[in-house]
Design a binder for this molecule. Structure first.
Ligand code: ATP
Length: 235
């Protein structure tokens, strides 16, 4: 369980996140919706320890306090980020990228079993273990990025706009894969521009505006809410 409260981030004098609170349980998908610049990426980066949070933030993962910890310690605690733009190594093969994901101490012992699990979640990767990642399609590369994060044995996965730039077909495949990740008992905190598709697979949603949480609730209720439909679903 990831529990966050009072999470604020400033870039100089610009406050990008203001006292954000949320919870993600294992085996559920929470989607964060918000316009460009609402602070969605900043939220994920702050949780992953890539940008500093203002004093007073509480971030707990499985009961352990991780606010202010270094990024590698946060991965060791069980929180893994799939960044926007994927952050994979194009010159390396699928297998090499996945093996890099198992670098954290917590992931080393179970590496072989976890690789089998990742390949069961993403069968396409199993067919292409020796292929250089730069030669793969955008959707396949996104699966490598998610697979690599899963190799670190996370309790909670943070995903920054995974569907960005994907064809509708690839997007549908990606969202089905995310449902399989959830079914494996991992919690997903998903930031998405594609509100319609992400609400369709999420359990709950959170609305972020100018760095503040302005609403939230069960995904199905949000998808039916006229104000949410106007703001995020194009009417
Ligand atoms: P998008 O959907 O466009 O990626 P977002 O909701 O992810 O938007 P953030 O990238 O978190 O938004 O940015 C939130 C605010 O903080 C924006 O006003 C942005 O300009 C600002 N910001 C983000 N990163 C920095 C930075 N490194 N330095 C200064 N300001 C930043």
């Amino acid at each position: 369980m990831l529990e966050v409260s009072g999470l604020s981030v400033s870039y100089g004098r610009h406050r990008a996140l203001d006292a954000v609170g949320l919870e993600v349980a294992q085996g559920e998908i929470l989607v964060v919706l918000g316009a460009n610049g609402a602070g969605k990426s900043t939220l994920l980066k702050a949780l992953a320890g890539l940008v500093p949070a203002a004093p007073g933030a509480v971030v707990r993962l499985g009961g352990a306090a991780i606010a202010g910890a270094e990024a590698h310690r946060i991965v060791e605690a069980g929180l893994a980020l799939v960044p926007e733009g994927r952050g994979i190594f194009g010159e390396l093969t699928v297998r090499e990228n996945l093996r890099l994901g198992a670098y954290p101490q917590r992931a080393r012992a179970g590496e072989a079993g976890r690789l089998a699990e990742v390949l069961a979640l993403f069968p396409r990767l199993g067919e292409r273990l020796g292929q250089a990642v730069r030669t793969m399609s955008g959707g396949e590369q996104q699966m490598v990025a998610i697979g690599r994060a899963l190799m670190s044995a996370p309790e909670i996965l943070l995903l920054d706009e995974p569907s960005l730039g994907l064809s509708p077909l690839m997007c549908a495949e990606l969202f089905r894969a995310l449902q399989r990740v959830r079914a494996a008992g991992i919690g997903l905190l998903l930031v998405e521009q594609n509100a319609r598709r992400s609400l369709a697979i999420a359990d709950r949603g959170l609305l972020l505006e100018n760095g503040r949480v302005v609403g939230g609730g069960p995904a199905a209720a949000l998808a039916d809410d006229p104000a949410v439909r106007r703001a995020y679903l194009g009417g």
